[in-house]
Design a protein around this ligand. Sequence first.
Ligand code: SF4
Length: 96
Amino acid sequence: MSAIPVPSPGGRGQIAHLGGDIPSPANPPPGCKFHTRCPHATEICRTTRPVLEEGTAHQTACHHWRELPALTEPAPTPERSPTTAARFALWREHST
Ligand code: SF4
């Protein structure tokens, strides 16, 4: 949602930078397909696929949509996963 353009010349919103690993489209993870990058993911997100539900103004497929705050601020940046941290360490090691 933070990637939606701001309709103002020169205006820029705050874009949430996602951490975690991009899942393989050929071998998607179980549960919610976004859980490897979602800062709000919990155990149920990793194991159970959320069903599409009617929200107040639209449909959503998220286990936690009722608990999450409205998107007025970008989501917190999650910690890097061990795999991503190892890739960055390898890149740093070979880029100097
Ligand atoms: S179900 Fe919702 S909270 Fe859980 S990983 Fe997916 S988008 Fe994030």
